[in-house]
Design a binder for this molecule. Structure first.
Ligand code: 5GP
Ligand code: ZN
Length: 114
């Protein structure tokens, strides 16, 4: 989508520090990192968020999982631990309406979240 920030990152119309890319997914540094490792892993295909997952596009969640796991190994946080976060809607704190998995690690992460 022309007016979608993350579609524009996929299209290289908006710069980002891209750390991984394949035919289905792209991952880049969050502009406002909340941990030493804070990547956003997104499908190249525009899906607005969790509510829009369906039988046809659910495969993209599998692609996100695979990419996230590759990145934890690359960052060497697979063993120390990390967190996946997907915010949804107003109460969930979603601000960008293109599905994205936050991959956070490199420090002890607090629980419960705010
Ligand atoms: P949400 O709040 O929707 O779960 O997450 C959106 C995330 O996108 C936030 O963590 C925010 O810091 C990040 N973000 C917003 N604008 C940009 C941008 O232009 N570039 C990058 N790399 N990250 C962004
Ligand atoms: Zn998009």
């Amino acid at each position: 989508l022309d007016n979608c920030l993350f579609c524009n990152i996929v299209a290289r119309k908006i710069p980002a520090k891209i750390v991984y890319e394949d035919e289905n997914t792209i991952a880049f540094n969050d502009i406002n990192p909340q941990a030493p490792t804070h990547f956003l892993v997104i499908p190249k295909k525009h899906i607005s968020g969790l509510n829009d997952l369906n039988d046809e596009n659910l495969i993209n969640m599998m692609h996100l999982s695979k990419t996230a796991n590759q990145l934890t190994k690359q960052e060497e946080i697979a063993e120390s631990g990390y967190r996946w976060v997907i915010n949804s809607g107003k109460d969930g704190g979603q601000t960008v309406f293109h599905l994205h998995l936050h991959l956070l690690g490199g420090r002890n992460l607090n629980w419960p979240p705010g």
